[in-house]
Design a protein. Structure first.
Length: 149
């Protein structure tokens, strides 16, 4: 068993999104990947976790940020804004499940099991220096380590 819940949670959400998104619509990456990032994409980052109860028992509240990023350029016949909206909607559609945690667990992710997962805050911004739309979707989760088989 590993205590790297954040990294395993990122891997699990990436696998889930890859199973739900239309092929070739968006690339999906974990944070700190050494793979060259190509746009449009989603970057999944579990940057923070905390104990669910006052005492450490391995069950963690994991806050993930899913950054949906697209360049501010016309994408085929779609304007940059419409393309960005399409990418963001696809990710939110995949996450807007009543039992998201069960859907993620059904993929048998390595090293982690989820007991809760739901969409939280959504923020939008533009990275001027890269001419990039960024929509950050917060995914609030409760996860625990599981034996790696």
């Amino acid at each position: 068993m590993s205590w790297s819940i954040e990294e395993y949670a990122e891997d699990a959400v990436v696998a889930y999104l890859n199973s739900k998104l239309t092929t070739n619509l968006l690339a999906v990456y974990t944070a700190w990947t050494d793979t060259e990032i190509k746009y449009p994409c989603v970057v999944v980052h579990a940057g923070e976790s905390s104990n669910v109860t006052g005492q450490f028992n391995g069950v963690r509240r994991v806050t993930m940020s899913l950054a949906v990023m697209s360049e501010v350029i016309t994408q085929g016949v779609l304007s940059a804004r419409v393309a960005n909206r399409t990418y963001r909607d696809a990710v939110i559609d995949a996450l807007a499940q009543t039992n998201l945690e069960a859907d993620i667990n059904a993929l048998s992710p390595a090293g982690v099991v989820f007991s809760h997962a739901e969409v939280g805050d959504i923020t939008r911004s533009v990275e001027d220096n890269k001419r990039m739309f960024v929509s950050e979707i917060t995914l609030n989760c409760i996860a625990a380590p599981k034996a790696i088989t």
